[in-house]
Design a protein around this ligand. Structure first.
Ligand code: 6LW
Length: 500
């Protein structure tokens, strides 16, 4: 997490928080991120200094806003929001690639409630952006890069979509457009090269919002492709101006670990970098894991607590489930001070399984939970998707560790335990030194705790199999609790960084 002082650490929003879109209202900054198959969707963060961010909610937290079919694929669902403030309201435009397509939501308070969706059947493609002209015309720009005029109050498109710019000739996937009026120009910021190692950020400008656009002679204005930089896949950016006139960029990047080709395991994270303007073009400062602190007082905000005792009736906003979260299957009201999960699917191989987790936000970390399975089955999991997860499952008198890697699924360890509640533990350790280029990014140790807190490791697995490079897709690891049969009760969940 960022520290105060002369430098601050990047990422500013660690863990699987990709496709950041930022806006500022007065002294307050807000960021929205993609959420894919998880419910609630579109995590929203607040900051007063661009460095310390607190999650204030999720924009899409009701079934009427986020309809994900129960068989929607992982890395489907919610892609690439744009968050803007205009005319006294917050506007959020986003794509649900697993059903409802492009949708627009509004709120007066970004912490919610957000409106029901305004559907946008005339807006094609993904990565929609919103920008308003002085005369109130609303321009919606999408990946490709295309554009269509929109009545944002009704969702009606006005006229046919037009093609604006395809980015650098030969570069794949021009996407993530954001359009801004800055000075005498309209600037069109895009990502290109694909969201993997070749990702980059390019820009073009025009005197009018609908082109013609002239590319920046120094494109890409940011990329780490082909470098040894520890932050890779840099792209999908958004710009914001601070009250002192300085400019900043939020963007996604990853931190691969291990040997060749490098595996990133906690998804695409949100980074911050300073931007200067030279001759009417933005020049991106050096992006590193230690940034010079911005020239204003830093304002640390409350971080996600390490431990959740499930004493409140509502779950904190960082807890996510898969595709939906029916209240009857996930409640703190059945047993005071415990989270009760009622099984739907039989395992994390199923798309409809009762799961409540939080993103792994540190390269090394520890997660523990006290579970009482009663007559049921359930436990603690490290999840990348249905085909890639490690879990420790308790049943009466026993625990089993299972690894699912692609088509292979195996019980790697079992152990008898006394009946009654048991503490399950997962410990992730990033690999520090490497003598072999085939070394994976981290190890995942899984086991139980003795009543005195001693860790009994049942297995230690190579973490590469729960990486995006192996699993594919757009997400990162989520650590969480699941029920595989019956009703399973969790007294607490404790997550700690073990990063140095
Ligand atoms: C998103 C696209 C991208 O829609 O990945 O990195 C896609 N950029 O802009 C999914 O996050």
């Amino acid at each position: 997490m960022p520290e105060t002082g002369t430098t601050v650490s990047n990422p500013v929003i660690p863990g699987f928080h990709p496709d950041p879109s930022v806006c500022r209202v007065g002294e307050d900054y807000y960021v929205a991120c993609s959420s894919f198959e998880y419910f609630p969707g579109v995590p929203l963060f607040h900051s007063r200094d661009l460095v310390h961010w607190t999650q204030i909610g999720n924009a899409l937290d009701r079934p009427s806003q986020l309809r994900l079919p129960l068989d929607a694929p992982s890395s489907g669902g919610i892609y690439a929001p744009t968050l803007r403030h205009h005319d006294g309201r917050f506007w959020l435009i986003v794509t649900n690639v697993s059903g409802d397509g492009n949708m627009l939501f509004t709120a007066t308070d970004p912490a919610g409630p957000w409106s029901d969706p305004i559907r946008l059947p005339g807006v094609p493609g993904i990565d929609p952006d919103l920008a308003w002209d002085d005369d109130g015309t609303c321009w919606c720009t999408v990946a490709g890069v295309g554009q269509v005029r929109l009545d944002p109050h009704t969702g009606e498109t006005l006229g046919a979509p037009t093609r604006l710019w395809s980015g650098t000739p030969g570069a794949k996937a021009p996407e993530a457009p954001h359009l801004y009026r800055i000075g005498d120009y309209w600037y069109l910021l895009i990502a290109e090269g694909g969201t993997e190692r070749c990702h980059g950020v390019s820009i073009a400008r025009s005197r009018t919002p609908n082109g013609p656009f002239e590319p920046c002679p120094d494109n890409p204005i940011l990329t780490h492709r082909g470098t040894e930089h520890p932050i890779q896949n840099t792209g999908h950016a958004d710009l914001v101006q601070a009250p002192d006139g300085s400019w900043w960029m939020v963007l996604l990047g990853v931190r691969p670990g291990g040997g060749s080709p490098g595996w990133h395991v906690i998804g695409r994270e949100t980074f911050l970098v300073a931007v200067d303007w030279v001759d009417g073009w933005p020049v991106v400062g050096e992006l590193s894991s230690l940034l010079p602190a911005p020239p204003w007082p830093l304002q640390p905000q409350p971080a996600v607590p390490n431990r959740d005792d499930f004493d409140l009736s509502e779950l904190a906003p960082h807890w996510v489930s898969l595709r939906h979260r029916p209240a009857e299957d996930c409640t703190t009201k059945e047993r005071a001070g415990w989270l009760t999960l009622r099984a739907r699917g039989a395992s994390l191989d199923d798309t409809d399984v009762t799961f409540v987790g939080r993103r792994q936000q540190h390269l090394s970390c520890r997660a523990r939970t006290l579970v009482d399975v009663g007559e049921g089955r359930g436990g603690l999991a490290v999840r990348l998707d249905e085909q890639h997860h490690y879990d420790i499952e308790a049943v009466s008198g026993e625990v089993h560790v299972r690894a699912r890697i692609g088509p292979l699924s195996t019980v790697v360890a079992s152990r008898p335990v006394p009946p009654g509640p048991v503490v399950l533990r997962v410990e992730v350790t990033a690999v520090a030194t490497m003598h072999d280029p085939r070394t994976g990014p981290d190890t995942v140790s899984i086991g139980i705790e003795e009543p005195d807190g001693t860790f009994v490791e049942l297995t230690s697995l190579d973490g590469r199999y729960l990486s995006t490079e192996v699993a594919g897709g757009f997400t990162g690891r989520v650590l969480g609790m699941f029920a595989a049969s019956g009703s399973v009760h969790f007294d607490w969940f404790d997550y700690r960084s073990l990063d140095h």
